[in-house]
Design a protein around this ligand. Structure first.
Ligand code: G1P
Length: 297
């Protein structure tokens, strides 16, 4: 039996405007952009469900109502599929849904930063540890990244952050951690953190990959927060303060991250997930090879 309080809640900040994907995101939330045939947000929810999460909290904003619809029943569609004998499609639709009462939605009314978005979920989370998943960072891993982090959490408790190496030219796009004492083969104590440092000031080449397990004391730290990098209320700044009182473990998970906030990352994710599909992966591979061969000739 684990001594740690179980992580049953996950927060998904989905209030961002998605300006990098205009015009696709003019009337549609960026989290509904698809990786093959699953919205980016669905993949993050899949990862959380696989890790045993039972409460899914979405911090949305204006023009995001379709995310709420996506996680609801759609009776007209269900009846049509049933009438047409499309039982497999129907089963798949229902399988993706959180159960009744498992989802909560709240709004971040102003775009004040990621820390502020998380703080908007404080009353829904309550006095419990919770997972935080940034859906833009799509992590293809088996088992999923959050499930891997929970293995470390079972040993360490406290706060846990997924980290990975990036090349020097990408460091300043992310939060970066300092490496302390080793915990296991994949985990270590985080000794420091800094949000989007210039590469020469980064404490390591390990970035914060958009998956966190946090203790509820983080909310008090966010509340005292002044705007940080980019003039925004940053979750990293709140974590730096909490690091003075509580332990943070970094987990080098095994898997591949696609930063879907970036066009190349998003396109690469579609290729990787497409090639993986049993039904058409081979046909897709042939198409890609044909395109590449055509470009060479
Ligand atoms: C946020 C975090 C950053 C983290 C990144 C991962 O930044 O503040 O520490 O490395 O997510 O995607 P954002 O992408 O919101 O600018």
């Amino acid at each position: 039996m684990s001594l740690q309080k179980k992580v049953k809640t996950a927060v998904f900040p989905v209030a961002g405007l998605g300006t990098r994907f205009l015009p696709a995101t003019k009337a549609m939330p960026k989290e509904m952009l698809t990786i093959v045939d699953r919205p980016v947000i669905q993949l993050a929810v899949d990862e959380a469900r696989e890790a045993g999460i039972e409460h899914f909290i979405f911090v949305t904003g204006r023009n995001k109502a379709v995310i709420e619809d996506h996680f609801d029943r759609q009776f007209e569609l269900e009846e049509t599929l049933a009438a047409r004998g499309k039982t497999e499609e129907l089963e798949l639709l229902l399988k993706d849904l959180p159960q009744a009462g498992q989802s909560s939605f709240t709004r971040q009314q102003e775009p004040l930063g990621l820390g502020h978005a998380v703080w908007c979920a404080r009353n829904l989370v309550g006095d419990e540890p919770f997972a935080l998943l940034l859906p833009d960072m799509l992590i293809k891993a088996q088992p999923g990244c959050l499930a891997q982090m929970l293995e470390t959490y079972e040993q360490t408790g406290g706060n846990v952050i997924a980290v990975e190496e990036v090349t020097p030219e990408n460091i300043s796009r992310y939060g970066v951690v300092g490496i302390g004492e080793t915990i296991g083969s994949r985990a270590f104590q985080i000794s420091s953190m800094v949000e989007k440092p210039p590469v020469e000031e980064a404490p390591s080449n390990l970035i914060i990959s958009g998956r966190y397990i946090l203790q509820p004391e983080i909310f008090a730290e966010i509340e005292r927060q002044d705007p940080g990098a980019g003039g925004e209320i940053q979750i990293t700044d709140a974590m730096i303060r909490l690091l003075e009182k509580q332990a943070f473990a970094g987990v080098r998970f095994s898997g591949k991250t696609y930063d879907c906030g970036d066009k190349v990352g998003f396109l690469a994710a579609n290729v990787a997930y497409g090639l993986d599909r049993e039904e058409f992966g081979d046909a897709f591979r042939t198409e890609i090879e044909t395109i590449l061969a055509g470009m060479k000739s």
